[in-house]
Design a protein around this ligand. Sequence first.
Ligand code: FAD
Length: 468
Amino acid sequence: DASEVKGQVLVIGAGPGGYSAAFRCADLGLDTVLVERHPTLGGVCLNVGCIPSKALLHVAKVIEEAEHINHAGIKFAKPEIDLPGVAAYKSGVVKKLTDGLAGMAKMRNVKVIQGVANFIDDKSVLVDGADGKQTKVSFDNCIIAAGSQSSKMSFIPHEDPRIWDSTNALEVKEVPKKMLIMGGGIIGLEMGTVYQKLGSEVDVVIRGPQVMTGTDKDIVKVYTKANEKRFNFMFKTQTQAIIPKEDGIYVEFKGDNAPEPQTYDAVLVAMGRTPNGLKIGLENTGVEVDEKGFISVDNQMRTKVPHIFAIGDIIGGPMLAHKAVHEGHVAAEVIAGHKVFFEPKQIPGIAYTFPEIATAGLSEIEAKEKGINYEVSTFPWAASGRALAADVAGAGMTKLIFDKDTHQLIGGAIVGDNAGELLGEISLALEMDCDAEDIGLTIHAHPTLHESVGMCAEIFHGSITDLP
Ligand code: FAD
């Protein structure tokens, strides 16, 4: 005796992919239903991902800068950290955004249903409501945007409250004295940065030889050097055993640089994310999903079932909010009858660490793999007047990669203060197929950090100026 609802479009999941798709569908005149299991919209990104982590990183950065300025003639006292106050700041930022989304859904007449959706067949889902009620939603078209969650490993006792995933870490309920981060990817490093600044001693265990696997070595080197004192990096090392004991989590290591066993007050597991594709009843639909839970789609976000689309983390590729948003727009527009495709020239990626690491387009590793005749141009920030004045010259580098034959920009990376903001120019240049002349002839304001992008182009061009 479930109640029944019908929509031209059903969107499952209200993360960046899902809400963007639903809003675009509504804007295009389609009658849209959005099902989300959580009470707020925004998915992982707004509630327990991008936004709360950036709010905490902002707090961490203020502490960092206050400490750093002491060699410029200013001395601040050691900060007093009111942890509930920090958590409240973070939650306030999240609430502003999730409330805003609820308002935007209402304004557009998107029907939001709170509950867990499971496919009955390829034309309907059953939603188990948070209030215990069931709703059957039938649809002409469906967009699956059910996202991902932190990966769990069988050898890790996840049930112990001292073993955290990113969601636990974002709660900032306590500052562990000694903390282990498992994984040297973006999420682990960002959360490690927050806790180190709040006062934790942080070890980072990394299976490979560097942090941020897949990022060019020269970029990573600048980051690692700047963080040698912040973190105890254990490269080429794995955890061998993780045993909860009364006085802490006892961890044994193996590998090239394995230290003696250590006891930690908290362990953050940040070893990737698992898509939710195996949990939504897809077996009742004919939609193809692999053993990990990733759904396969074409470049119009269509699954094997032509009226069911999938977007965001659940289809794989870079698990990033902005990718999900753009895919959501494509799916919505295709449903509305537009001839559009998801064929981006670049998907930027940013680690909001100290310093930030930002990349767009091809890395040097990828350019080599593709057999492109490329040339790299780098500009170390030690030569930037603005970087020196802002006291960030010690850890910064801008790197552009050009096709040597056509002079076209094919990739770029920046490591340094505010690299994420500086990346915008590189993303646009890649999208517009700019070449070195376009970038080099663009007058960049002086003294700025983005000037370094122009400098790289001029270096490639062989016409480097003498600007300090
Ligand atoms: P999600 O955001 O995962 O949303 C999926 C939604 O579907 C969820 O709300 C879920 O509750 C709902 N759902 C799932 N199954 C069902 C069901 N059966 N019924 C109803 N609802 C369901 N990305 C960036 O680009 N920049 C960042 O700075 C960044 N920082 C991050 C920091 C952290 C700590 C984490 C964990 C992630 C971060 N990400 C970041 C990644 C980003 O959050 C994801 O890529 C993005 O949220 C994916 O969007 P999505 O729409 O695919 O899915």
